[in-house]
Design a protein around this ligand. Structure first.
Ligand code: FAD
Length: 444
């Protein structure tokens, strides 16, 4: 039984299904019926990709694997059972002989006043759809307002965290809001009665904050320089060494005392392991389940864990654990599958070891910062390599994704919002950012 159908879980299920060739019952428990290709999520928020492109059908790509829709909420290691809640609220139990825990991570919070009320995270499709609609709606409301202060606040977007998520959200987001503002008569100066001060068009303003001294602080400095240059060329106000002291309904108070009027605060400061990990009851390291290099939980040879949820020893950097990246999660999933098979008498168990192959940050519009095999690239070549890599790494939807990119290169972005995912459906403090929260009957 595999709990979690993300990078690690999907690869584990696929490899195990190939190795078992029908000789094992493989069950995958996941709250939704798709594998989420997270690295392209910023492109959903900016309207470059349709959300279904990054959602790859689990049943369609995992032949021979039984999908059970549900969210695990308890693991009984002695009784070898997992309890879960299905999408209709029903509670059930599944028994296992071998268990692989790959539940990933959720938004990391910090004790900043007002944060959970006024900021949104970026970890799932509901949050990406909310942000896309929100950016569109704020630009439209700004265009309809006669009040210059309100217009400025609505067209000011603050992103906290300049890791790859925050950097991509900003780089891609600015392209969307620039396009929307250019096409909005209330903002582009073409409406005669428009309250654009002195007839000047209003250009949306993006701020990218990080406490670190450079963007992409965890990556190679050359990638940081490329990303910084592209962001600044697009007019982004990059503030390193800066963070948020307080989040308010009408803006953000920075730690240097400046107040930035805004209606948008996107929280991309990182992730923490999924809360299910705490309930397992075995040792953890910085919230991640401790495992050995064979990905087994000490004392429980029938239980494996990998991906963001597990602290996997990094044999290439003794004393460290592997970082929370898709690159590691996917490969660990394959090794976990082999080791599960080995524990059942098929093949030999293998220790997990992987040398980092570099990183790719898609900045949109033929710009990227990448260092495949540690060769630094920028500009259109980096963009080409990055997109080629994503297409190769996706377990499905490749043609549709490539078609969206082609169309986006020649057609204007669609400036429409349905408002189906509202602010209250995507709270920052959520144990399940992959699901939109449904209000309780009668309020809540
Ligand atoms: C916006 C964004 C961009 C990123 N870009 C990159 C990138 O470019 N390159 C890179 O290497 N990494 C990137 N990452 C990091 C990468 O996506 C993660 O490291 C990777 O997804 C971890 O894989 P995983 O299998 O551990 O978890 P996930 O892929 O998150 O999968 C976890 C799965 O478990 C399910 N689940 C959670 N809780 C439960 C439960 N209780 N019961 C059942 N199922 C559960 C989830 O719904 C999900 O399907 C990015 C992350 C984000 C958020």
């Amino acid at each position: 039984m595999i709990v979690g159908g993300g990078f690690a879980g999907h690869r584990c299920a696929r490899t195990l299904s190939r190795l078992a060739r029908g000789a094992a019952d493989i069950v995958l428990l996941n709250p939704h019926d798709y594998f989420l290709y997270l690295p392209l999520l910023p492109q959903v928020a900016s309207g470059a990709l349709d959300p279904r492109r990054v959602a790859v059908s689990l049943t369609g790509t995992l032949p021979g694997v039984r999908l059970v829709l549900g969210e695990a909420d308890g693991v009984d290691l002695d009784g070898r059972r997992v309890t879960y809640t299905d999408p209709e609220g029903g509670r059930s139990t599944l028994a296992y002989d071998r268990l692989v825990l790959t539940v990933g991570s959720v938004n990391k919070l910090l004790p900043v006043p007002g944060l959970t009320e006024h900021a949104h995270g970026f970890r799932g499709i509901p949050e990406a759809l909310y942000l896309r609609d929100h950016l569109t709606r704020q630009t439209e409301l700004a265009g309809a307002s006669d009040d210059p202060a309100e217009r400025a606040a609505r067209t000011t977007f603050v992103v906290v965290g300049a890791g790859y998520t925050g950097t991509e959200v900003t780089a891609q987001g600015v392209r969307l809001t620039d396009a929307l503002a250019r096409g909005n008569a209330g903002l582009n100066g073409t409406y005669a009665g428009a309250a654009t001060d002195a007839g000047e068009p209003v250009r949306p303003r993006w701020l990218l904050l990080d406490i670190a001294e450079r963007v992409l602080p965890e990556l190679d400095r050359r990638l940081s320089r490329t990303a910084d240059r592209v962001l600044r060329a697009r007019g982004v106000d990059v503030r390193t060494g800066t963070s948020v002291r307080e989040a308010r309904r009408d803006g953000v108070l920075l730690d240097d005392g400046e107040f930035v009027p805004s209606r948008t605060l996107v929280w991309c400061v990182g992730v923490r392991p999924d809360p299910l990990v705490e309930s397992v009851g075995t040792p953890t390291e910085r919230g991640r389940l401790c495992v050995d290099e064979y990905l087994t939980v000490p004392g429980h040879p029938e239980v494996f864990a990998c991906g963001d949820a597990a602290a996997v020893p990094d044999l290439t950097r003794p004393g460290e654990v592997t970082p929370m990246t898709a690159q590691h999660a996917q490969r660990q999933g394959a090794v976990a599958a082999r080791n599960v098979a080995a524990s059942c008498g098929r093949g030999e168990a293998r220790a997990y070891e992987h040398h980092d192959l570099g990183f790719m940050v898609d900045l949109g519009g033929f710009q990227a910062a990448a260092d495949p095999l540690h060769v630094p690239l920028s500009g259109p070549l980096a963009s080409l390599v990055t997109r080629g890599y994503h297409l190769a790494a996706m377990p499905g939807n490749r043609t549709r994704t490539a078609a969206d990119w082609l169309l986006d290169a020649v057609l204007p972005r669609q400036g429409v919002q349905f408002g189906l995912v509202r602010s209250g459906s995507v709270p920052l403090d959520s144990a399940a950012p992959e699901l939109a929260r449904v209000p309780a009957p009668g309020g809540g």
